[in-house]
Design a protein around this ligand. Structure first.
Ligand SMILES: [Zn+2]
Length: 511
């Protein structure tokens, strides 16, 4: 029985803190076995910073855990490629919004892959979904939930939607409606709930950068809040998945006004009582104790960290050592500790993968690891608790290996299952460690060769590359340089670079 099958066969007791109700609730998708999830994506006017990615990493863990639990996930993450800031930037640089945003959209995916964030099922770009937004605005105009202002823009009338403010628990008395309280900016402050813009009447600066589209209610462009509702609803409909999401996730800063406005537009349009049944929000990331902002000059991007030699496995570990509903600090000390932790787990992984058929007393070790990870993640995605169990298992496992007992296949399976959820291992491993730790058998070249094709999953691909590096190390030990070259080429074809160090050790890293 595989680890994943074990997990899926357990009774459903998955629980999440739902911002909508402010309590931890049992999670059940509308359609058994299938989860629909919408996660607000980046505004591609610049590089997404590590604070944005903290949210995306929390969503990656959420998605991986749902999948490990045997659920099919349909995740949509939008890319906002038209808004106030983008139009301003494009205008300032004399380029179209497409020209401005294309490189940042590509950079987002590059950074995402570096951080091992799994692909969502759909990455719609706002400018490619204008017809569904026009349709939504038309529907809201027809039902009277929206109106056209004297400025030619279309606004949502929040007093026509009694549930407005439910998610953010706004005091209804603060609401300002009608012409006096209207707001046409994409972002506005929490103190004032106001009629918000759905469609902005065209201005010359919009035309100049290619940010204007024809619509029956006047040429213009979508407001930021509108795009998420339109893209979520149209993609759900296209997939035959209904008009209500199981999960909507994002950063806490999106609760108001963005998510509040998404709910108002969507429900007023579909007539459904809710837009998403579970709302999950991730907390901020602070850089050295201060909330990241331009004002403090501490905006950090994944590419800054990559250039500083930070390992993605360590970064993931650092993030998952805090609960997603708690703030996390990004400090040099924290990164250093996470790097050491990731290295220790990598070392243990290597030792595990070298053991062949072990003893059954490892099965209890395997069961305990899986039970504890399962219990922790089922309880509102308590990653720090699960990570503590992972380190404890590695410590105990090392003790057993030191004592000379080989791990069982069941134990190796459980470890791989766990690493497949968190993906914490370092990208590059110094194989000197292998040479020191594994005596003659691993270097003799008699160990079974790994398959020539790399596995699809990232966590396993690293293990695969390291296995081949070990075989190559053994070949070099026998002075079989032809074989060593063959393995170098095989790894290169799969995108791995092998580096021979002067001291006889070897490193593998993604090319
Ligand atoms: Zn959104």
């Amino acid at each position: 029985m595989t680890g994943a099958a074990t997990a899926a066969s357990r009774p459903a007791q998955l629980r999440f803190f739902n911002t909508l109700t402010r309590v931890v609730e049992e999670f059940q998708p509308v359609v058994p076995g299938q989860v629909t999830m919408y996660t607000c994506g980046p505004t591609v006017w610049n590089y997404a910073h590590i604070g944005n990615f903290r949210t995306f990493l929390f969503e990656d863990l959420l998605r991986r855990w749902l999948r490990a639990r045997g659920l099919r996930v349909y995740q949509i993450m939008n890319l906002t490629d038209v808004d106030d800031r983008i139009i301003r930037e494009a205008g300032a640089h004399g380029v179209s919004i497409r020209q401005l945003t294309d490189p940042f959209a590509a950079a987002f995916h590059e950074d995402r892959r570096w951080l091992r964030i799994e692909d969502a099922e759909a990455y719609p770009r706002a400018t490619e979904c204008i017809p569904s937004m026009v349709e939504l605005v038309q529907g809201l105009l027809a039902s009277g939930a929206a109106y056209r202002g004297e400025d030619g823009s279309v606004y949502f009338a929040i007093d026509r939607f009694p549930a407005y403010g439910q998610l953010s628990q706004l005091d209804r008395r603060e609401l300002k409606t009608g012409a006096s309280g209207r707001v046409s900016s994409d972002e506005y402050d929490k103190e004032n709930a106001r009629d918000f813009v759905l469609w902005k009447a065209v201005k010359p600066e919009d035309e100049a950068v290619g940010a204007a589209w024809d619509a029956p209610f006047g040429r213009g462009r979508p407001g930021w809040h509108l795009e998420c509702s339109a893209m979520a609803l149209s993609l759900l409909a296209a997939q035959g998945l209904g008009a209500v999401l199981d999960i909507h996730a994002g950063g806490v800063d999106l609760i108001f006004p963005h998510h509040e406005d998404e709910i108002a537009q969507s429900c007023a349009y579909t007539g459904e009582a809710t837009f998403a049944r579970y709302w999950l929000h991730g907390e901020f990331l602070n850089v050295r104790g201060t909330k990241m902002s331009k004002r403090f000059g501490n905006i950090t991007t994944p590419r800054d960290l990559r250039e500083d030699g930070v390992d993605p496995g360590a970064l993931r570990l650092l993030m998952f050592q805090a609960h997603y509903r708690q703030q996390v600090d990004l400090t040099d000390e924290g990164l250093q500790a996470a790097r050491e932790g990731s290295r220790r787990l990598g070392e243990f992984s290597l030792r595990m993968s070298q053991t062949a058929a072990g003893t059954a007393d490892w099965d209890g070790w395997a069961r305990q690891l899986q039970d504890r990870v399962h219990g922790a993640l089922d309880g509102d995605l308590n990653a720090p608790q699960a990570i503590a169990a992972v380190f404890e298992a590695a410590r105990e496992g090392n003790r057993r290996l030191d004592a000379g007992t080989a791990a069982s296949g069941r134990a190796l399976e459980a470890w791989r299952w766990t690493m497949g959820i968190f993906d914490l291992l370092p990208a590059a491993m110094d194989l000197q460690v292998v040479a020191e730790r594994s005596p003659a058998p691993a270097l003799s070249g008699t160990a079974a060769e790994p398959p020539t094709e790399p596995p699809a999953e990232l966590a396993h691909a690293e293990e695969w590359a390291r296995s081949w590096a070990r075989v190559r190390l053994a070949a070099k030990g026998r002075r079989d340089f032809q074989e060593a070259d063959r393995i170098r080429d095989l790894l290169a074809r799969a995108g791995w670079e092998v580096r021979d160090n002067k001291d006889g050790s070897m490193e593998v890293r993604r090319a």
